[in-house]
Design a protein around this ligand. Structure first.
Ligand code: FE2
Length: 311
């Protein structure tokens, strides 16, 4: 029989979760060496909000960052990145002039395998992504770069299975809830100290043309898409800041319908489910529009909870 201390050492824990939006403009504005296009900056309110995340990750030193991205779309099942090392060039299909990023990342494959196993045990269709030449999507890369530009912590990426919501938003969110439960079980069984990232924009109606093609970072042309969309974002953020997670989950379907919110892809539901839908205030670090979409950087800090304890 293992001693209690050994059990404690083996029990994994979710340290926290982040709403980590992924407009490629944020990486473009940063001018990291990995990204080919150069900019004069822009979107600083959002980019600098990520400084809080970078600091927390340096303090916490998690074993792994797990991200769920709407731009790794899979039609059949939930896929998990399960290749130890991946590198290549990721290009945003909509904004190739802003995002051509050379990625080089390490995957926590043991945890990835565990998420795959647990997902199947939860009755989900799941698949391990084992193609060594796989091109990682820009949603995954932007969120991970903005959270930890040093890329010195292994990652796991999970796809957005987008077939369920062709039929019904409730079915999709139920699947994402089960995916969250599976992710948490895998973290606990593998003994990982994990940080989660929901790679989601909030409201997602946006300009149909780039406001200034000559200077994409022209901040005189950046603004929220509509007052109605802005008010929806503030309503949702207020619920998050108040820890009213039940109310938040109840209005998500309407939020998705009214603002075409990117949370429809399930990343936020997955993350909140993994954390046990915590009724704690999320910390707000910044909000900004990118080609009119609404984006917020926010943290649910679970680091003070006991390992394996109920949130
Ligand atoms: Fe997106």
């Amino acid at each position: 029989m293992p001693k209690p201390a050994e059990l404690e050492a083996r029990t994994g824990k979710i340290l926290g979760g982040w709403l980590a939006p992924h407009p490629p403009h944020l990486v473009y504005g940063e001018n990291p060496v990995q990204n080919e296009p150069r900019s004069r900056g822009g979107w600083e309110g959002l980019r600098w909000a990520y400084d809080h995340c970078r600091l927390r990750i340096k303090e916490q030193r998690p074993d792994v960052i797990i991200v769920h991205s709407p731009h790794w779309q899979t039609v059949v099942g939930h896929h998990v990145l399960a290749v130890k090392h991946l590198q290549g060039l990721s290009v945003d299909p909509i904004f190739p002039h802003l995002f051509r990023y050379r990625f080089n990342l390490e995957v926590d494959t043991e945890l990835a395998e565990a998420i795959y196993d647990e997902s199947r045990q939860c009755g989900l269709t799941a698949k391990r992504m084992t193609n060594p030449n796989f091109r990682v999507d820009y949603g995954t890369i932007v969120s991970l770069h903005m959270m930890n530009p040093a890329w010195d912590i292994p990652v796991v990426a999970i796809s957005a299975n987008n077939s369920p919501y062709f039929y019904d938003d409730d079915i999709a969110q139920d699947e994402m809830t089960r995916l969250g439960v599976a992710t948490r079980a895998a973290i606990e069984k593998t003994g990982r100290r994990a940080v989660l990232a929901a790679s989601n924009t909030l409201s997602h109606l946006h300009f149909s043309r780039e406001p200034n093609p000559e200077l994409p970072e022209d901040m005189t042309r950046e603004h929220v898409y509509s007052q109605a969309q802005y008010e929806w974002d503030m309503r949702v953020i207020t619920l998050m800041r108040s820890g009213k997670t039940k109310e938040l989950m109840a209005i998500l379907p309407e939020f998705m319908r009214e603002t075409f919110a990117e949370v429809k892809a399930g990343s936020l539901t997955w993350m909140l489910s993994a954390m046990g839908f915590p009724e704690i205030p999320a910390k707000f670090y910044g909000y900004g529009s990118v080609i009119g979409t609404g984006n917020a950087v926010m943290e649910w800090d679970l680091s003070q909870q006991a390992p394996g304890g109920a949130p």
